[in-house]
Design a protein around this ligand. Sequence first.
Ligand SMILES: [Zn+2]
Length: 281
Amino acid sequence: MQRRRLLLRWAAPLLAVFLFARVDARQTSQPFTVNFLPSAIYPGDVVRVEVPGIDTFDVGVFGKHTKDGLVGIDLEVAPGTYPIRVEAPDGRVAMRSLRVLPKAFAVRRLQVAPGFVNPTPEEVDRIAKELHKTEGIFHTTTLRKWSGAFQLPVAGTPTSNFGTRSYYNGQRRSPHTGVDFVGQTGTPVHAANNGVVVLAEPLYFTGNTVIVDYGGGLYSLFAHLSEIDVKIGATVAPDTVVGLVGATGRVTGPHLHWSVRLQGARVDPLSLAAATKPQTR
Ligand SMILES: [Zn+2]
């Protein structure tokens, strides 16, 4: 009897603390609203994170952090639910889930000359060095320079071939990580937003290439240029001409290939333009 009373004496306050903690956790776990744009999210998307009433907040997802309100879903991220943590400047934290839906990218099967598929050992060496260099750039985060909406670098409608999986003579190649604007050689290519030129040289696959660093881990790569019109270190604005459309590198005809990287993630440039467009609400 005494043991039961003793148990009650201890259990009741413990239970009260437990219940209170549960209610408390429920109240503080979602202290503010978090919106994701677009609401249906696919691999390759740039997602805009919004917290009504709070301009700057920290977003943590995929093991990375950003204060710029943009999250890149790499085009090979597995569909599923990923935890995302949003922290307000006053320390309040909201935990949410980012649901990445499955997407069927187009598949392209091509028969090409064997030399097109198998580079020589010297070329393999060059490709590896260039990949090391560009990946090093894409995984560097500098201070944010971009602001407002991203403009398309050239006029016209790009082909919607972001993420296309290609097989050359049955061999799987890397997925297509950009969009292509078919255009005439010599058409000016613009920088799309404010940034700094961090690469301006010919590369094996992408020919005459310019990479612009917009800061915050956000980069554009402009490929196959007939001419490069900027130097490394140059500050660029959205309408700065970085080069001209061409057919340099591994291409079959003149076009602009535009790729975007966001904190390393390979994302659809058109999704970046959409995510940074002013909201009409
Ligand atoms: Zn392309």
